[in-house]
Write a protein of this length. Sequence first.
Length: 516
Amino acid sequence: MSLSLVLSDILHLSLLSCILLCESEALKEARQSVRKFPDGFQFGTATASYQVEGGWDADGKSPSIWDHLTHNDPCSTDDCKNGDIAADSYNLYKRDVEMMRELGLDFYRFSLSWTRILPTSFPDKINEAGVQYYNNLINEMLKYNIQPLVTLFHWDLPQKLQEMGGWTNPHIVDWFSDYARVAFELFGDRVKNWITINEPSAVCFHGYGSVTLAPMLNIQGVAEYMCAKNLLVAHAKAYHIYDKEFRPTQGGTIGLTHNAFWYEPETENDVELAEAVRQFEWGQYAHPIFSKTGDFPPVMKEKIAAKSAAQGFKRTRLPEFTSEEVEMVRGSSDFFGLNAYTTFLVYKNESLEGYYDVPSFYDDYEALTYQPTHWSGAASVWLKDVPWGFYNLLTKIREDYDNPPVFILENGYSTRGGLDDDDRITYIRSHLNALLDAIEEGSDIQKYTVWSLMDNFEWTRGYTERFGLYEVDYESPQRTRTPRKSAFVYKEIVRSRALDPHYEPDTTVMTIDEGH
Ligand code: NOJ
C-alpha cells in the first residue's frame, strides 16, 4: 500500500501540476480581483440538532440513537464526550440568532430533533415544550429577516425506531412521513425551505454498513442497501405529502441534501472506474431522483447483481424498486441539495483482491480511493482543500442532471481550535471561487452554506475537531461563543455580496450592521 501510495502521489503530482499550470490566465486573473455574486444569491450557515442543542432529555424529549450510543458506549467518541449539553443551543438560541445577525445571514440551516417533537416516535403525542423551542428559534430568526432552512432528519433517529430495524424496516416510510407531516403542520406557515434527509449515504453506509456512525451496525454489503431503498422511498413520500397537501397553501420548496466527494481518476485507465465510484458513492441517491430514467444507477445494479450471484446469494443484495416506487422517487426534489467538502483519487491495482471484507460496499465497487499526502488539509483526516474537485463536481451535476437549481447546504473546514483560522478562510475563498467559476459556466447555484455557525459535536470525533465560524468554549457553563477571524471575513462576503481575496478584517469587535 505504501509503495502504491508513493507511485500514485507521483502520478497525481503531474496531473495536479497540469491542472494548476493549465488553468487559464483569465481564471487566474479573476481570482486576484473582486468577484461579485449574482443578484439573489443567498448566504447561510448550518448546524444540526444533536450537534448543538444539548437538552438531551429536557422537557419530555426521549433518546435518539446518538443518546443511546454515547451513553452506552461513552468512548465510542474520540474524547469520550457526548451531546448531552453540546453548545447548549436549547437554552442559548437567542445568542445563536444574534450571531446570525452579526454575520448578516440570509438564512440559517438547522435540524429538528424527531424525539423532541414526538417522544413516542409517532404522532400520537406531540411534545409542546419541544415545539415551543423550535417556535422560539424560528420566530426569533424571522424577527430579523433570517429565513429558516429546516432539515427534518440529521441522523438522530429515535432509539425506539432503531430497535425495530430503523432504516432497514420498510415501515419507516410511514414513520418518517408521519413525522414530516407533523413538522409541515407545525412550522410550515413560516418555514419555506425544507430538507427531508441529510446525507443519505452517511446514514446508510456509515450507520448500517460500517462502524463510523450510530447505530454502527456494520452489516456490510446488505444493510446499507436496504437502508438506501427505504430512505429514498421515505424521502419521496414526504416530498409528495408536502407537494400535494402543503405547498398549495404554504408555497415552499423541499429536497434532500446529498453528500458528494469528487472522485478523480488517478490515470486515464481509471476514468471508467472513477465514474463507477461516483455512481456508487452518491449517484446511488442522486440518480434515482435526478436522472431521466430514475432507479439506482445501472452500474450499481449490474455490479452488485453479478457479485451477489458469484457469492451464492439467491438474489441481488441491492433491493429493487417497484415501477411505482421508481416513479415516486424520480423528480422528488425541487433542488439539488449538496454537502461538498473534498476530493479523492480513484485507482485499481493488482492488490485489490482480498483488500476488503466480502461482501461489502467497497468490494462491490472494486476500486481504491485515497488522497495524496501533499494535499493540504484540515484537522479531519479526510478533509483536504481541493477546490478544483468542487468545480468538477458542480460541473458534473449541471451536465448529468440538466442543470438543476443547486443549494450548497454544507461546505467547511475543521481545525483543532483557536481564533486565528487563516486556513479556513483560504478554504472558504477557494471554494467560493470554484463556485463562481461554475456559475459563470451556467450552473444554477442559488445558495451557499458554511458548516458551521459554531463549533459542535463532530459525531465520533467528539469535540476534537472544530468547524465553527464561532468558537465555543466548552469549559464555560455559558458555552461562550467567540467569533473567529473567518467569521469577520464571511461577514464581509455576505455584506458586500462579493469575494475580495485581499480583504483583511479588523477582528477587535464584532457588531451587528444596520438592518439586521
Ligand atoms: C456532514 C454532516 O452533515 C455534519 O453533521 C458534519 O458535522 C459535517 N459534515 C462535518 O463532518
